[in-house]
Design a protein around this ligand. Structure first.
Ligand code: PLP
Length: 429
């Protein structure tokens, strides 16, 4: 090349959640161990089945010619009207269909949201953070993401003082990212926490991005508090989608709801640039958008969500029971989404691996890596359980993320019994 062509931001792009797959496949081949894929939050891949009534709605749409067409750039009018109405009935900030833009999954929205900011402008991410956000933010800025601390010793709630200080001393921060319910921690934030973040945004003239893709996956006695209910006049974007809620991740369908665009000229211009980026792509997937009002507006939907939440509640409690008494870890019960995160309080030594060829193979990857990556790869080699190192979620804390998605009771039991045993071997033997 006549000059370097790769942007400095490229090195911030990593996604351990999928990068581990090739290693797991090698181990599967060499050991004949069945891999238990705990690395990715795909309910369908973990054995969940959409109920027949939802499949029938989708089947009917497949027969409608319109579902094969492009749709308006922002998304289908009737679907955006339905979603605006859903928001407005909750109270809080009111929106119209014009405040909603559809994307090909939130992955698409996230990449546009950060890449269309001025390079010097930063959005502070939680730490740990869902890596699609932190990678996209770091890549846009051309340097590592800026973060605030989620406290494992306080239900994984944001440390509000830490957040405020970081914002006070860094004028390049113009936005705050909240993920609620959270991936990877399973935390659900009470109104008080959200109010405090809104107050900080107000005080420093910031906007808020709130990823609410798990907003209807809340259990264990908590109730969701939506950003729209507390946002007041702060300019904000809420991200929602159907990947986790229906669940239909393969539909690649998510949307943003924009709050208070008219309250700040600069923010309005920014939102318009996001819309224009979608405009040059024409539009997002049509058929899933057609399905949304028919499914979410169906009288069976509420009960369906309740049943799913009951399932995750029971998984969350079982998982917590299996891990809570192990020494030298911090583990919190999940209250929302379908993840749970374990933090190691000390360096671990290692897990014994029987197959020498596999041991040598993984040693190449873990040689100079973090202690939690060592745990994850050794766990994979010795049990076939594939979790994700916590350090890949933009944090210095060591540990791992596991899901609560497994539908097969026996496999779920095997997973958490083996996790308990191997954590203990790694840290305490
Ligand atoms: N936001 C969060 C917090 C997620 O956990 C995920 C996927 O795991 C996404 C967004 C991506 O969603 P989508 O499938 O709509 O791209």
């Amino acid at each position: 090349m006549r000059m370097p062509i790769v942007d400095v931001g490229a090195k911030e792009l990593s996604y351990e959640i999928r990068e581990i797959v090739d290693i797991a496949k090698f181990i599967e081949k060499k050991t004949n161990k069945r891999i238990i894929w705990e690395n990715i939050g795909d309910p369908i891949a973990k054995g969940e089945k959409l109920p027949d009534w939802i499949k029938e709605i989708i089947a009917e749409l497949v027969r409608e010619n319109k579902s094969y067409a492009y749709c308006p750039t922002k998304g289908l009018e009737e679907t955006r009207e339905f979603l605006a109405d859903l928001n407005n009935r909750r109270g809080g900030v009111q929106i119209t269909k014009e405040d909603i833009i559809f994307f090909n999954g939130l992955g698409d929205a996230i990449s546009k949201i950060y890449s269309l900011l001025k390079r010097q402008v930063r959005v502070i991410n939680p730490s740990p953070s869902y890596s699609t956000h932190s990678s996209a933010e770091g890549s846009h800025a051309g340097c590592p993401p800026l973060t605030y601390y989620l406290d494992p010793y306080n239900n994984w709630f944001p440390d509000i003082d830490d957040l405020e200080k970081r914002i006070r001393y860094n004028p390049s921060i113009c936005g705050i990212l909240i993920i609620n319910p959270d991936n990877p921690t399973g935390a659900v934030y009470p109104k008080k926490i959200l109010d405090s973040i809104v107050d900080i945004a107000n005080e420093y003239g910031l906007f808020i991005i709130c990823d609410e893709i798990y907003c209807n996956l809340v259990y264990n006695g908590r109730k969701p508090c939506f950003l729209s209910e507390v946002v007041d006049d702060v300019p904000a974007i809420s991200l929602k989608g159907i990947s986790k809620e229906l669940p239909w991740p393969g539909a690649r369908c998510g949307w943003i709801e924009v709050y208070n665009a008219d309250k700040d000229e600069e923010f309005k211009k920014y939102i318009n640039s996001i819309y224009r980026a979608k405009l040059i792509e024409v539009c997002s997937t049509t058929l899933p958008q057609m399905a949304i009002p028919r499914i979410m507006g169906d009288k069976r939907y509420k009960k369906y969500l309740e049943e799913r939440n009951k399932f995750f509640e029971s998984r969350s409690n079982l998982a917590y029971k299996k891990l809570k008494n192990i020494n030298n870890i911090v583990v919190n019960k999940a209250y929302g989404s379908f993840y749970m995160t374990v933090v190691f309080e000390k360096e671990g030594n290692g897990i014994k691996i029987e197959n020498k060829e596999v041991e040598e193979y993984i040693n190449k990857f873990i040689k100079n890596s973090t202690n939690d990556k060592k745990f994850v790869y050794q766990l994979l080699a010795s049990t076939g359980i594939c979790v994700v190192p916590l350090t890949s979620f933009c944090t210095k804390l060591n540990g791992f993320r596991v899901t609560l998605l497994e539908r097969d009771d026996e496999v779920f039991k095997y997973t958490f019994e083996n996790l308990a045993e191997k954590i203990d071997e790694f840290l305490n033997k």
